[in-house]
Design a protein around this ligand. Structure first.
Ligand SMILES: *Cc1c(COP(=O)(O)O)cnc(C)c1O
Length: 234
């Protein structure tokens, strides 16, 4: 394609390597590679890099700031991109999310859900949502406390524009794999418990560049990969 895309030749190599590592983690876990999809996380990277990723056939991208989606969506309007919000969301961003995003994976409280529902009704749209659960003790990690999940799921049933499809989490930062894996296991167990109570939660978004094999071993259906695809963030 164009010279601009040639500058991003490393993207193809990174993408291929990540897909191979995900497939290997699936086989190690006795799972079929088709069960686990990869959400490329393009936060902090510019529209040239994203355009090059689109040329590889990618069309869903995770961003953690709504402001960045606002800045990128216009210049990339011809690419047919689905923007996925994965970062902590302030309620006053609900309008932009309702307009620009196809999915939110960081839904973690009812006032945000209600604000999104109001804005989505005004736009005549619906959103796929995952509920972000706090499985790590770290202050810096957002998410719904696990014991609040049953009541939250019940309340979301009244909001027609939000299609709840599963759960998302960020594991604790740790060298030792055991506590990291415990976060992922907790999310899967919560999902299984809620499923037994009649909720339909097929998706588990968990695992990033540094810990995705553990997440796949614990049942991730989707891993969110930034650094291993796009490179180190500035
Ligand atoms: C940045 C980010 C990722 C990707 O992190 P990498 O370590 O770069 O793969 C995944 N999930 C969330 C919520 C993020 O903010």
């Amino acid at each position: 394609m164009s010279e601009t895309n040639d500058d991003f030749g490393y993207l193809r190599a990174n993408w291929t390597a990540v897909r191979e590592r995900v497939d290997a983690a699936c086989r190690d876990a006795g799972r079929a590679p088709a069960e686990v999809s990869i959400l490329p996380v393009s936060k902090t990277f510019g529209t040239d890099a994203i355009r090059a990723a689109v040329a590889l056939g990618l069309h869903r991208f995770g961003e953690n700031k709504v402001q960045e989606i606002r800045e990128k969506a216009g210049p990339l309007a011809d690419c047919g991109i689905e923007w996925v919000v994965i970062g902590h969301l302030q309620t006053n961003k609900a309008k932009d999310v309702a307009r620009l995003a196809s999915e939110v994976q960081s839904l973690d409280r009812l006032d945000l859900a209600e604000a999104l529902d109001r804005r989505l009704q005004a736009e005549g749209r619906a959103l796929e949502v995952l509920i972000q659960v706090k499985t790590s003790p770290e202050e810096s990690k957002h998410g719904l406390p696990p014991d609040e999940l049953p009541a939250f799921l019940a309340a979301l049933r009244n909001l027609d524009t939000l299609r709840v499809r599963g759960l998302m989490t960020m594991a604790v930062n740790a060298e030792d794999p055991a506590p990291v894996r415990a976060c992922f296991r907790l999310l899967r167990e919560l999902r299984d418990r809620m499923t037994a109570q009649g909720h339909d939660l097929p998706r588990l978004s968990m695992g990033m560049s540094g810990d995705f094999p553990l997440a796949i071993a614990e049942g991730a259906t989707e891993v969110r990969i930034g650094t291993a695809i796009f490179g180190r963030r500035a």
